[in-house]
Design a protein. Structure first.
Length: 134
């Protein structure tokens, strides 16, 4: 995986991932994930088109982690080309934030409930359980 000059993993974000944290009004959580350098859409707009294909193309060509909550073919293509460790989804970002001490598991469960109110479903296992996985 490619890293920034400061050692952080480079991550290209998909709009679905960003929307989750915007709905929660908790972009600060992403800011607290110090091991990642998130590259947002406007940084690529000058030379990339819209959509998942653009973020996937960048992630694959540069071997960057991609932050997305897309399912189906997008996910299958990402896993086939790079592997599962190259995907950072909303649940994974929250687990990483818990492990880093940026949020508690209780807050993560509250955020999950708020996302569910906005019709976003993630892994239903409790965050206490997800944090223990590696």
């Amino acid at each position: 995986m490619e890293r920034a000059d400061d050692g952080r993993l480079l991550v290209v974000t998909d709009s679905s991932f960003l929307i989750d944290f915007l709905v929660l009004d908790r972009m600060d959580i992403l800011g607290g994930l110090s091991q990642f350098r998130f590259l947002l859409y406007d940084e690529f707009r000058r030379f990339l088109g819209d959509g998942e294909s653009a973020s996937l193309a960048v992630a694959v060509s540069r071997r960057w982690v991609i932050a997305a909550d897309e399912k189906g073919r997008f996910r299958r293509e990402l896993f086939a080309r790079l592997g599962e460790k190259y995907l950072l989804d909303t649940a994974g970002a929250l687990v990483t934030a818990i492990r880093a001490g940026a949020i508690t598991t209780a807050l993560a469960e509250t955020l999950r409930a708020r996302l569910r109110e906005n019709r976003f479903e993630m892994d239903p296992r409790p965050f206490d359980e997800l944090v223990k996985e590696e």
